[in-house]
Design a protein around this ligand. Structure first.
Ligand code: HEM
Length: 396
């Protein structure tokens, strides 16, 4: 039996975290900063400083796990590796995703994709679902470009992404989920291999091309391209939609942004703090570690609760409130440490510099049709849909 000095949160379940994680986080904070959750067979860490400590200290908490769900879903991805292997692969993709490259290369793709998707969205007219009909195709098209699969239809990118994510979350081992994941892997591998062949002797600024240029072997190029597909579609999609939802609930803040008092970049920071699309990262204790006064025995699984850290009352005043006027402070929506998100600049540019300004300029009065949108999910959290309306006189 696992013995630990950690206080126990006996009743915390995955269902509760999926439905209403923030209520669970409040309960956990009262119990202690590091809590043992027997029903999840994991330690849960809620404080921003403790979460950051776990991520920063790979010698104590490793990312490699015996049965890594990431490896199961996509192969030998960098996000499943410790240093030094991780660093080699990360250095290979970074040149495709630096702010300068985003500004000089990818932003033009984002603008073209946004214009294309907006055209179709307008045709659907008021009542169209911002999440499904704008944010999703837009995020998938952007990702296809950045990864280096410009000829793959966005619907395929989306399908693969969902299949990979479902397998990562498939803790129950549902064989249908695994089967869909196998199909997605076969299709994505074939598309990536074709692109690798096309790129022979030439180069472009995409992630695939940069990985080839850095000398990564094809199996790692494939795995890491699939990692980006799994992590680069639904997160930007959810942030884009969550932002419109949040601003509609705070019309005064939207007005301040439209008046130029605050920027969409500030909106982006607050949206990802307030409602990060990823709520947990997994680590495993390498040795017996004392974390904030609690003994975490070697081999224990630990969940870093990003959603809780981003509302840590010791770091954020009135943490549950959405406030674009907040002074910018570090949060954990993109993680921290060696594995901090590689695509954060791409996401920021595509949403804050391109999509939101375009939507609010082109669809005057943009707002949800009704007020009953409800967030869902724990591993990945967002609004399942957001039907919106706007003054469509401007479309005629
Ligand atoms: C708002 C959108 C996004 C959010 C909130 C997000 C969040 C995250 C988080 C939390 C991690 C794990 C960090 C850690 O373990 O410390 C991560 C890793 C990663 N993300 Fe993102 N992500 C987003 C968009 C993207 C996009 C658009 C791409 C690709 C273009 C991308 C590519 C990656 C990659 C490759 C990793 C693995 C990094 C590594 O292991 O070194 N992400 N992301």
């Amino acid at each position: 039996m696992r013995v630990s000095a950690a206080p126990s949160a006996d009743r915390v379940t995955l269902e509760q975290l999926t439905e209403d994680p923030y209520t669970v986080y409040d309960r956990l904070r009262v119990i202690g900063p590091v809590v043992w959750a027997p029903q999840l067979d994991r330690f849960l860490v809620t404080g921003l400083d403790d979460c950051r400590f776990v991520e920063a200290n790979e010698d104590l908490f490793e990312i490699e796990q015996e049965d890594s769900p990431l490896k199961r879903a996509m192969g030998e991805v960098m996000l499943s590796k410790n240093e030094p292997e991780h660093g080699v692969e990360r250095a290979a993709v970074n040149p495709a995703l630096r702010p300068k490259v985003i500004a000089e290369v990818w932003r033009a793709h984002f603008e073209a994709n946004a214009a294309r998707v907006l055209k179709r969205f307008r045709r659907l007219g008021p009542g169209a679902d911002l999440n499904a009909d704008f944010a999703l195709p837009y995020a998938a098209m952007n990702l296809a470009a950045v990864v280096g699969l410009p000829d793959v239809p966005w619907t395929a990118v989306q399908r693969w992404s969902l299949a990979f994510i479902a397998e990562v979350a498939n803790v129950q081992g549902d064989p249908r989920v695994s089967e869909a994941n196998d199909i997605a892997n076969a299709e994505a591998d074939a598309a990536i291999d074709q692109r690798i062949a096309e790129l022979a002797g030439s180069a472009d600024p995409s992630m695939i091309s940069m990985m080839l240029r850095a000398g990564l072997p094809p199996d790692l190029v494939r795995a890491n391209a699939k990692l980006a597909i799994s992590g680069g579609v639904n997160e930007p999609q959810h942030v884009l939609t969550s932002g419109v939802h949040a601003l509609s609930r705070h019309p005064d803040q939207l007005a301040s942004v439209r008046a130029g008092e605050y920027t969409f970049a500030q909106v982006f920071d607050e949206v990802v703090r307030w409602m990060p699309p990823i709520h947990t990262l997994m680590r495993q204790a390498r040795v017996d570690v004392e974390l904030n006064g609690v003994m975490v025995p070697a081999g224990s699984l630990v969940w870093i609760l990003l959603g809780a850290a981003n509302r840590d009352p010791r770091h954020f005043e009135q943490p549950d409130r959405f406030m674009v006027s907040r002074t910018r402070k570090p949060h954990l929506a993109f993680g921290s440490g060696p594995h901090i998100c590689a695509g954060s600049w791409a996401a920021r540019s595509s949403i804050a510099e391109v999509a939101w300004p375009l939507l609010y300029d082109e669809l005057p009065g943009l707002a949800p049709v009704d007020d009953d949108a409800r967030f869902h999910g724990f591993f990945f959290r967002g609004l399942p849909g957001l039907p919106v309306t706007w003054n469509s006189e401007s479309d005629k």
